[in-house]
Design a protein around this ligand. Structure first.
Ligand code: 3NM
Length: 217
């Protein structure tokens, strides 16, 4: 576990979707491409399968110097000594996740409007996911795209780090950061790429070139 003070700008999500790719190989490729943070997401997996994947990926992330988060499951995050968990609106509340994970690990929460964003911050989230920004086919129950207006309105309302998500690509990432997000999350843009490691490298180049929004500098 690493004590985190600041989120990196690229938040890479390891979810093979329907590609048939091996999650561990995907994680290795992303880490080789320089991903500073990876989240393991595997919606249909059993507890045992998720744990096995997380246990395989955690040491790889650690030796690459990357943060490692587990989607939905604080227990699995804790069991593999990950850096934290990402919670959906229907998962454990933040204080319950903290009881599992302790005070130092990261707890992020998905939010889809200003009200959810404020509630997640009030509950003590370390960062909030905000989306979907653009249309996405990567989440079965994804809401209609909110556009950059949601990033701007959440940015104006909270100081908590914002990880924007939903249909973001290397090309659109600079616009999303300029709208006030601290980081951009990507699934399809990375896992559907011919070369996921190369896609991470390209995304990193794009996000490092974009200007920091004034209030997160
Ligand atoms: N959560 P892609 S959108 C996992 O709005 C997820 O909370 C969302 O995948 C939300 O980068 C989304 O392929 C899918 O669009 C993101």
């Amino acid at each position: 576990m690493t004590v985190v003070r600041r989120l990196p700008r690229l938040y890479a999500i390891v979810d093979p979707l329907d590609t048939g790719r091996d999650p561990v190989a995907l994680a290795e490729a992303m880490l080789a491409g320089g991903a500073p943070l990876i989240q393991l997401r595997s919606k249909g997996a059993t507890s045992g399968d998720l744990f096995a994947l997380a246990r395989a990926i955690a040491p790889r992330a650690r030796s690459a110097g990357a943060l490692f988060l587990v989607n939905d499951r604080p227990d699995v995050a804790r069991a593999v000594d990950a850096d934290g968990v990402h919670l959906g609106q229907d998962d454990l509340p933040v204080p319950a996740a903290r009881r599992v994970l302790g005070a130092e690990r990261l707890v992020g929460v998905s939010t889809h409007d200003l009200e959810e964003a404020r509630a997640a911050v009030a509950a003590g989230a370390d960062y909030i996911g905000v989306g979907p920004i653009y249309p996405t086919a990567s989440k079965i129950d994804a809401l209609a795209p909110r556009g950059l207006v949601l990033v701007r309105s959440v940015r104006a309302a909270v100081r908590c780090p914002i990880v924007a998500i939903g249909g973001i690509t290397s090309e659109t990432a600079p616009d999303v950061l300029a709208a006030g997000a601290d980081a951009v999350a990507m699934i399809a843009a990375l896992v559907r790429a011919d070369d996921p490691g190369g896609a991470v490298r390209e995304a990193l180049e794009r996000v490092s070139q974009s200007r920091c929004p004034p209030d997160s500098a």
